[in-house]
Design a protein around this ligand. Structure first.
Ligand code: MBD
Ligand code: FE
Length: 316
């Protein structure tokens, strides 16, 4: 772990002390024309959106560096950290995205995007995708289960029985009309807190499925009440959390991508209201409207809990 951000904390502590001393002595005046010179280097044929956003990004980055008296050692440590995130990332793991998540950036960008595109006040709020989505989850008939390979030998067998849940609801328009043929793409972790691709012991595509709504917009599947779980903290993002004296936990959640032709695709998550981390999500993705209540289910040997939730899609 120490190799990923070499003795960063030690270096930062030394720098902080040195900085403190320097600030007491004098307020350094940095070149007042430098930032404008960098901004002005952009040419007339620059990519239009870049030409629009880069002056602001450069200004904020430069102001930040000046405000905290950022040193070469600190900047090098940050570069090393981002490089380490890249080296650790592949199609099973996205460490750079995780780093953005723990500083709230993915949630903020998601909020900006969904508010810019919203066409009604009733549509279901979005939540971030997170790094564990997989394309092409199996398409399953309504009323079937996304739980695979559950045998008494599995370490979390009892927990899975206790938390077995039937999830159902409708996909509707902002005016409440049912949307037929919508795809409800769903995924969550096993009770051990691991997504299937993080866990050799789980079958491929476990706890993942896609369901198509019927003529009344209904979907239904069996799953589990989601367990709270720590985001992977064995890489640079986890090391960063420790340096910030933060915990890695997320409240238990079920991910959804709900899509239908001519409607805006909704990426969101539902949170179990029993969870101790609802108010304390390490990636800042909880919204009140997405906190749900599971109720006890009678007379169904397949599930002890029920959840009803309707998704409201916005129009294009
Ligand atoms: C997750 O499982 C997740 O859903 C998010 C948003 C970030 C990190 C891990
Ligand atoms: Fe998740």
């Amino acid at each position: 772990m120490g190799q990923m951000i070499p003795d960063l904390s030690l270096r930062m502590a030394t720098e902080a002390r040195a900085n403190g001393q320097k600030q007491k002595k004098q307020q350094v005046q940095y070149d007042p024309y430098f930032t404008e010179k960098v901004i002005a280097a952009t040419g007339p044929s620059a990519h239009p959106r870049l030409a629009q956003v880069m002056p602001s990004l450069v200004r904020h980055l430069h102001d930040f560096a000046r405000e905290v008296n950022l040193t070469v050692a600190e900047w090098t440590a940050a570069v090393d950290m981002i490089n380490a995130c890249g080296r650790m990332s592949d199609d099973r793991r996205n460490e750079t995205q995780l780093l953005c998540d723990i500083i709230g950036l993915e949630s903020l960008v998601d909020e900006i995007t969904s508010k810019m595109l919203a066409t009604s006040t009733t549509e279901t709020p979005s939540a971030i995708l997170g790094p564990f989505y997989r394309n092409d989850a199996p398409l399953k008939p309504n009323g079937t289960s996304i739980v695979q390979g559950l045998t008494p030998e599995v370490e979390w067998y009892e927990k899975a029985l206790e938390d077995s849940a039937y999830v159902t609801g409708r996909v509707v328009t902002a005016a409440g009309a049912p949307i037929k043929g919508a795809i409800v793409d769903v995924w969550h972790t096993a009770p051990n807190g691991l997504y299937e691709q993080q866990d050799e012991s789980q079958p491929d595509m476990n706890f993942r499925g896609r369901f198509e709504t019927d003529s009344e917009g209904r979907y239904a599947f069996y799953a589990l009440r989601p367990a709270s779980y720590p985001i992977p903290d064995d890489g640079p993002a986890g090391q960063f959390l420790k340096m910030l004296d933060r915990h890695p936990n997320r409240p238990g959640h079920i991910h959804f991508i709900v899509s239908a032709p001519n409607f805006r695709t909704l990426t969101t998550q539902l949170y179990d209201d029993r969870d101790q981390y609802i108010e304390n999500d390490s990636v800042f993705a909880v919204k009140d409207e997405l906190v749900v209540h599971f109720t006890p289910r009678e007379g169904d040997p397949e599930a002890r809990w029920s959840l009803k939730y309707d998704f409201v899609l916005g129009s294009m």
